[in-house]
Design a protein around this ligand. Sequence first.
Ligand code: UD1
Length: 355
Amino acid sequence: MKFLHVVGARPNFMKAAPVYRSLAERGHEQVLVHTGQHYDALMSDIFFKALEIPSPDESLNVGSGSHAQQTAAIMSRFEPVVRQHNPQIVLVYGDVNSTVAAALVCSKLGIRFAHVEAGLRSFDRTMPEEINRLVTDQLADFLFTPSADGDENLAHEGVAKEKVFFVGNVMIDTLIRFLPKADELFPRLKAELSLGSFGLVTLHRPSNVDDEATFLPMLQTLDSLSAELPMIFPVHPRTRQKWAARLEQCNPNLRVIDPLGYLEFLALQKNAKVVITDSGGIQEETTYLGTPCLTLRENTERPITVTAGTNLLIGRDWELLRTSFHEALSGGRKQSSRPPLWDGKASERIAEILA
Ligand code: UD1
């Protein structure tokens, strides 16, 4: 069979990699399309090498823009490419603009497509990703869910259950595969960054970093907490562009660095005392690794990381951030368990179902 994968933004790459590999092992023909939603080398190129997947067959080079501009550019450039390759099934991943753009094109052309990481809901329609998830799931022909809450959400939205498959978490497939390599490189990274005990911070959501009234008190709290525990803060280009001057004024213990590669970031997540983030994927990775995770959001589309895992929703309660941070440092956070089917075999299940 012929499959075509669409990726575009950083969190897509670690989800597509294991599915690509599982389909390759079964001898299927595959085309990899990169929309160019993320284009900086540190946000894109380095992942293909680290994740051991081939370079894209097609690059659409759409770049940044408003949501409408970016989504429209992906759609108009993707349409001729998917027609030319004429795959039997297209695979889209996660909840970024590249996901929904490709989903719309496929459904209008009558090309069947599969959504990997279907069914997740934050129930917050002010999040652009929630809109992307809702639309993509309404249109998909195959919906692969990472956790049982996904199946329930899809049932409530009237998605036919024959289309829905609970397969587990493909991002955890990648984590399991590459954890030994991350462990291997950690001593070198530790020396390079002169690390003792440390925390890890990532922030890039528009709702956190675009608005001064939210971002500055958040940064101030992190700045003061870093006096107790040095924190590594690999900065997304969006955050860097907006706050370069402010970031430079921070306590040197809040160590603002460029985005890291997959293995380096995984090694830091595993060894950090605490992770503070607004990312979706990091909530899942820390749950698997058992590292305490404090999420600077009011809600999550990945509730299993709270009910089973190490994740705690902090919202914008800076006092709660302080107390939870101290709790994490003293080892007082709850025990976590790994969610069902987060076992490194999700992509094999997907390949079996699609074939
Ligand atoms: C996108 C996803 C988000 C995901 C995140 C992971 C959507 C709606 N959002 O957000 O769900 O969590 O990726 O990183 O799809 N920029 C660069 N270089 C790049 C990419 C972006 O400088 O390689 C800058 C541009 O100024 C751009 C801004 O970052 O306008 C935001 O990029 P964009 O792709 O629009 O969204 P993200 O915030 O990265």
